[in-house]
Every structure is written in structure tokens, then in C-alpha cells.
Design a protein around this ligand. Structure first.
Ligand code: ARG
Length: 255
């Protein structure tokens, strides 16, 4: 009997030994309803931020796991440790800096307005007063419209895709959202159009839990490297082509 227990223990310790040697996993949190930065294609989460995260994970020497969740839950998930970083077209704001660390910025965006193509009443953000405006919950667009567009009736949605449906149905009058997702939504819904008015800019950065300088430094190094070696440019050309469809890149195609 003793012998059997000993053998069992020896075998299980062998197993644990190989467990320890398994490649470590770095978990990235995102909200995959924000093309071209992240969206769902078949059963995969793809997009600019996913390619960036694959490169980040590779440089950090770990395997990437993408966790898709609601945008307004991302920071809490990071703080709770269920993800290690956020790559979700997230704007580095001072308010968010109180609870997370941000990498160097990797993309400059601005907010735009989407309305129905036949709408003649909205040509600037000031026309959103007294309108019902859809935004994604937890975003800078939501904060902006709530705080700065006096008299607007703000309706928050889980994703901008949901907001676009409501706009098509006539349940809301407009959407305020980041520029490139707005362009993608309009491309897929010709009954909608973009109203371009410069009213708010966003700098996207990767968020890391406070007190993780090693991962933060590694992410900053990846961003600096790809900007210097042409990979970043290639990513822009694939995901944000001036014409035609976005092309999905794999990290292994890039180095
Ligand atoms: N840039 C905006 C923000 O940080 C919107 C980002 C939404 N991203 C997403 N993957 N849904 O608040």
C-alpha cells in the first residue's frame, strides 16, 4: 500500500513538474465590437489591437489569451487580475489613470457623429441638443455627451453595433463614437452617414494594472519597436486601408 502511494506521489509530482514548464499565458481584455480595432470574424476575435497584442505577448515571452467582455467591465477585470492588460481602443484619460497605468499612446482618434443618411438636422455637435444620442456604456463618447452636450438625452448601449441598430430603427437620433468604428459601421449600413465635426480627440493606449512595471516597459518597447521598424505602418495599411476591406494580419506574418 505504502509503495502504491509513493508511486502515485512520484507520478503526480512528475506531472506538476511539467505543469511548471508550460508556457505562461498573458491575458488581454477587449470588447470585440469596435472594428477595425477588434471585432469577431467567425469564432475568432481579430483586429488591429489583436495583432498588436500578439506582438506584445511574443516580446513578453508568453502565450496570448484574448478575453472578450463588455467595455465598461474592462478596468474592473484588470484590477481584479482576470486580465493582465487591456487593448480595446481605450483612450488614456486622466480619470482612468487614477486606476490603471497606460502605455505610450499607439493611435490618435477623434469622436464623430453618425445619423441616418436622410437626416438634415445635424451638421455639428451643437445640433445634438434636444436629440436622443446613443453611446457605448463606459466610453469617452458617453462621458462627453453626458457632460458637454447640454440638453441631449443620452442612451447608453452595450456596444456601438447595438446603438447602430437603434439608430436605424429610429429609436435614437444620433450616435457619438470614435472615427474609425464609425466609418466601419457606415460602410456596413449605407442607410447611415457620418457628420464630421472636430470636437474631441482620443489617444489610444494599452492599460496595465498599476504596479506592473515589467509588463508596462515590455509593452512600451514593443510599441516603440514596431513604430521604428515599419511593422506599425504595415498594420495601419492592412486594418485601415484608404480603400477596400481591412485585411487581418497574424503576428507571424510581420517579423
Ligand atoms: N476610445 C473610447 C474610450 O476609450 C471608446 C473605446 C471603445 N472600445 C471598444 N473596444 N469597444 O472610451
Amino acid at each position: 500500500m505504502k509503495k502504491i502511494i509513493f508511486v502515485l506521489l512520484a507520478v503526480s509530482s512528475l506531472f506538476c513538474f511539467s505543469c511548471g514548464k508550460k508556457e505562461k499565458v498573458v491575458k488581454m481584455g477587449t470588447n470585440a465590437a469596435f472594428p477595425p480595432f477588434e471585432w469577431i470574424e467567425g469564432k475568432d476575435v481579430v483586429g488591429f489591437d489583436i495583432t498588436l497584442s500578439e506582438l506584445i505577448a511574443k516580446d513578453y515571452g508568453q502565450k496570448l489569451k484574448v478575453v472578450d467582455m463588455s467595455f465598461d467591465g474592462l478596468i474592473a477585470a484588470l484590477q481584479a487580475g482576470s486580465v493582465d492588460f487591456i487593448a480595446s481602443g481605450m483612450t488614456a484619460t486622466d480619470e482612468r489613470r487614477k486606476s490603471v497605468d497606460f502605455s505610450e499612446p499607439y493611435y490618435s482618434s477623434k469622436q464623430t457623429i453618425i445619423v441616418r443618411a436622410d437626416d438634415k438636422t445635424v451638421s455639428a455637435v451643437s445640433d445634438l441638443k434636444k436629440k436622443t444620442v446613443g453611446v457605448q456604456a463606459g466610453t469617452t463618447g458617453e462621458i462627453y455627451v453626458t457632460e458637454d452636450v447640454e440638453g441631449a438625452d443620452v442612451k447608453s448601449f452595450k456596444t456601438v453595433i447595438d446603438a447602430a441598430l437603434a439608430l436605424k430603427n429610429g429609436a435614437i437620433d444620433a450616435i457619438v463614437v470614435d472615427e474609425l468604428p464609425a466609418k466601419e459601421i457606415v460602410k456596413r449600413n449605407p442607410e447611415l452617414k457620418i457628420v464630421d465635426d472636430d470636437f474631441f480627440t482620443d489617444e489610444y493606449a494599452i492599460a496595465v494594472k498599476k504596479g506592473n512595471p515589467e509588463l508596462l516597459a515590455s509593452i512600451n518597447k514593443t510599441i516603440a519597436t514596431i513604430k521604428a521598424n515599419g511593422v506599425y505602418q504595415k498594420m495601419l495599411e492592412s486594418y485601415m486601408p484608404l480603400e477596400g476591406e481591412a485585411k487581418i494580419l497574424k503576428a507571424e506574418d510581420l517579423r
